[in-house]
Design a protein around this ligand. Structure first.
Ligand SMILES: Cc1ncc(COP(=O)(O)O)c(C=O)c1O
Length: 396
């Protein structure tokens, strides 16, 4: 009998365990041992799902809407997605250009598997959300990383992207606001990037997961530009916007041929997203939108507090995030000291010694930062930032 490890496919060895999920698991383990952990690792809203959305799910259950739906989602939800996107951003997608998925991660997975051939290049700005790299690797594609500058708040420009485009480039991935840096891509620069990609027949994926959480500018979708629908691929999620991480609803707004390809893949893997979640999602998109504003106002307050508090720690720099709910401080001041030779070690020592969970910058392609999620209460932020302060003062 062969050892099980030798039978695992080569494809799986191309990907690694999601670091954000690993941090949550490590923090959970300590908590189970009775340790008082402050968790800045989880990238999910601390707000409950709004009541009108929960009520819609209850109604779905009562009406026995509990069976399979079409693999790519219900016609009702596709229509609601297109209408919401049109109302918010002025786009004109048809339901045939929409696919409903099991969360935003799933739409990105399906999209990249349906699009990327072995050897195709995919341009990914750094710092990047962990999943892009692994999903591209899984498809046999080649990640081409584009550095941004911390001093400029990790903002991206078209001039940074242009030199990385080759005749092998299939896709450019933009995530604005960014997880992990919170950087927001300036609208003019986004338009310039679109011009670069569309002129070369390159697809431009816009991950709009945090599109409603902007502090200093108005929400905007690059898909609203004339002619954008041919090459812009919208990856959307209800997880953060409506505090629905556990419901697992995401969507794609993409050319119909790609919808068909992605639906085919989905039909052989997950089939449809949960029927009950789809009904709840219709209510999220069509019902009152006030809860999004309430969350944004709260994140704004926390953003200001977290940045000011981090900057008050001697030697710590922190770019001001313009969106999402993450801060990405530079803790380089403790690196190379007392055995802390990487942010992986730093995050582990912070967890084991100070009982604060953060995600190491290595997970996002940088080597001096850690990610702090401020989707947690002010009192937890105060406690956790005090602990980080003491840790840095001790080891710097
Ligand atoms: C940038 C980004 N895109 C997509 C997702 C996917 O979210 P979900 O699969 O929970 O809808 C996340 C989740 O953390 C994210 O941070």
């Amino acid at each position: 009998m062969q050892a099980a490890v030798n039978t695992i496919s080569d494809r799986i060895s191309l990907i690694s365990v999601s670091s954000t999920m690993k941090v949550s698991a490590d923090a959970e383990k300590l908590r189970a041992e009775g340790v008082d952990v402050v968790d800045f690792g989880a990238g999910e809203p601390d707000f409950p799902t709004p009541d009108n959305i929960k009520q819609a799910a209850i109604r779905a259950l009562e009406q026995n809407f509990t069976k399979y739906t079409a693999a790519g989602g219900t016609a009702e939800l596709k229509k609601a997605v297109c209408e919401r996107h049109a109302a918010d951003f002025g786009t004109d997608y048809k339901p045939s250009e929409c696919l409903i998925t099991v969360g935003g991660k799933h739409v990105i997975f399906n999209l990249i598997q349906a699009l990327v051939n072995p050897g195709d290049e995919v341009v990914i700005p750094v710092p990047y959300w962990v999943t892009y790299k692994d999903v591209v690797n899984y498809a046999g594609g080649k990640c081409v990383f584009v550095d941004t500058d911390e001093a400029a708040g990790f903002t991206l420009t078209a001039a940074m992207i242009e030199p990385s485009l080759t005749d092998r480039t299939k896709l450019v991935i933009i995530n604005s606001p960014s997880n992990p840096s919170g950087a927001v891509l300036d609208r003019e620069e986004f338009e310039k990037i679109f011009k670069l990609t569309s002129a070369r027949g390159i697809f431009l994926m816009t991950d709009e997961c945090y599109c409603k959480f902007l502090y200093d500018s108005e929400p905007f979708s690059i898909a609203s530009l004339p002619g954008a629908k041919e090459s812009v691929l919208v990856a959307g999620s209800l997880s953060k916007t409506y505090a629905m991480t556990g419901w697992r609803i995401g969507f794609g707004l993409v050319p119909q041929a790609l919808v068909n390809a992605m639906t085919k893949l989905q039909s052989h893997s997950t089939s449809n997203p949960a029927s009950i979640s789809q009904k709840a999602a219709v209510e999220a998109l069509r019902g009152p939108q006030d809860s999004v504003k309430v969350m944004l106002a709260e994140y704004h307050k926390r953003r200001d507090f977290v940045v000011q508090r981090l900057r008050s720690i001697p030697g710590v720099k922190c770019a001001e995030p313009a969106g999402a709910f993450y801060a990405y401080p530079n803790l380089g001041v403790v690196l190379g000291k007392n055995g802390i030779d990487s942010t992986l070690v730093l995050a582990d020592r912070l967890l084991q010694e100070s009982h604060v969970a953060v995600v190491p910058g290595e997970a996002f392609g940088t080597d001096k930062q850690v990610r702090i999620s401020y989707a947690t209460s002010m009192s937890e932020l105060e406690r956790g930032l005090d602990r980080i302060h003491q840790f840095v003062v001790k080891y710097a």
